[in-house]
Design a protein around this ligand. Sequence first.
Ligand code: TPP
Ligand code: MG
Length: 478
Amino acid sequence: MSDTTTRGPVSPGTAPPDGSQPELNDLTAMPTADQIAPQGPTVLHHLAFMTGDELCIPIFKRLRQDGTLYPVDAPQGQGNVSQGDQSQVSLPIERDPIERDTALKIYRTMLFTRVLDERMLAAQRQGRLSFYMQCTGEEATVIGSAAALQDDDMIMAQYREQGALAWRGFSCDEFMNQMFGNERDYGKGRQMPIHYGSRDLHYMTISSPLATQIPQATGYAYGQKLAGKGQCTITIFGEGAASEGDFHAALNMASVHRVPCIFLCRNNGYAISTPSCEQFAADGIAPRAFGYHMQSIRVDGNDVIAVYEATLAARKIAVETNQPVLIEAMTYRLAAHSSSDDPSGYRSKKEEAIWRDKDPILRMRNWLEAQGWWSEEEEKTTGDQLRREVLESMKRAEKLAPPALDTLISDVYDTPTPLLTQQLEDVKQHIRKYPHAYPKGAASMGFTAQELEDSRKAYQERQQRMQSHQPVDGGQTS
Ligand SMILES: Cc1ncc(C[n+]2csc(CCOP(=O)(O)OP(=O)(O)O)c2C)c(N)n1
Ligand SMILES: [Mg+2]
C-alpha cells in the first residue's frame, strides 16, 4: 500500500517550481510539500528500511587509456539547467571535448607538476628541503578541474593541488620561494613547504588541518552570490578529509543557502595508510550529497576529459542557479602520502602497478597524439626544458636570504605586544651568541661570512677544551 499525494520533508533550499529564486530567509517563498512533484511512494503501510544501496552511482568516463574516446551515450540534454526539478540535470557534451590550446596547456601543466614532484622529492632526500607532498597520479583531477573554471573563481584546496595553482600561472620561482621559505615567500617563511597561496591568482593559502577549507568555501561562495558577479568557488579535498564534521556542515549550509560552490573530492584510495574501504561503509562520497539535496556526480579522476567536462557543467549549475555541486573523482595516490611516508608497509607493489597502468598523464598523451597535437619529439623537448627550469629555479631560491627576523612578529598586531617584542629580542641575543648555528638568521642580522666562520671556530675550540676538561676561561679559577 502506498500513498503518493504528499512528499516531505521539503528542503528549504528547494527552488520554487516556477524557477524563480527564493529570497534568503523568506520561507513563505519556499515551495510547500504538495508543490513538489512526487516521484514515488511517500507513505508506506509496511516496514521498509533503506540503506541507499537502491542507488547505484555510475562513473562518468570519456577517455580510454589508449587515448580513444568512449562513444557518448544518451541522454543528451539541450544544456538547460533546471531550477525547479533538481532530480537530474544533463548538459550537452562538446564534440571536441577540449579545444587544442586548452588541451596543450593542461598537458604541459600536468608534465610540469610531475617534474616538480620528482625534483622536489629528490631535493628532500638530499636534505635540501624539509618536506614535500606529491600530486603524482592525480594530475587529471586537479588540473582538469582548474582548467574548467574562470580565472577569478576561488580555489580552496587541501595540499596536493599544486597543479591547480600552476594552471593559474604560479611560477616555478614562486613555488620554490615558498618551499625554501626565503625572503620572497609570500608566507614569510612561516609555514612548511607546500603551503602555497596567491591572492592574485584567487588561490587560498593551504592550511594543513584537514577540511578547514570546506566550510570556508561555503562562506566564500555565499559572498560571491551576494556580490552577484557570476563567480564560484571550488574546494578540493581528499576522501579522508570528507570524514571530518566540517565537510557535512559545509554541504548542508551550501545547500540551504544555495551557494555557487563546487565540492571536489579527490578519492585517491588512501588517507595516509588507511585505505578507503576502512574509512566508510557506504558507497564512497558522491551519495552523501543526497542527504543535503545537492547534485552529485562521480567521475573517473584519471580521465582529464571527464573531469574537465564534469567541472564545466558543475560550474554552470553553480553559477547559473546558485546550487552547490559535489564531484567525486575516483583516482589513486601513486606516490607516498608525503616525503615522511613509506607505502610499502600498507599496500602492495601489484596494486600500485595496476594504477600506474592507468596513469592520467599517459592517457592524455595518447589522446593528444591521436589528435595529431603532440609528438614523441615534443614530449622529450618539453620534459628536458621543464627539468632544467625546475633545477635552475631551485638553485636560485636556495641562495636567497631568509625573511628578515623582525617579520617574525609582524602582521598579527598593529603594534607587537611587549611580550612578543621581548621574545624577538631574546632570539636575536641567542643568535648573536651562536651566529654560526643560525647562518641565515645571522646573515639577516648583518653578520658577515667571516664573522660566522670566527664564531664557528671559537665554538669548536670551546667544545674541545670542555672535552679535555680544560677550564673554559683559560685556567683562571676563582
Ligand atoms: C584535523 C586533522 N586531522 C588529522 C590530520 C593528519 N593528516 C594529514 S593528511 C591526512 C590524511 C588525509 O587524507 P585525504 O583527505 O584522503 O587526502 P590525501 O592525503 O589522500 O590527498 C591526515 C589524517 C590533519 N592534518 N588534520
Ligand atoms: Mg585520500
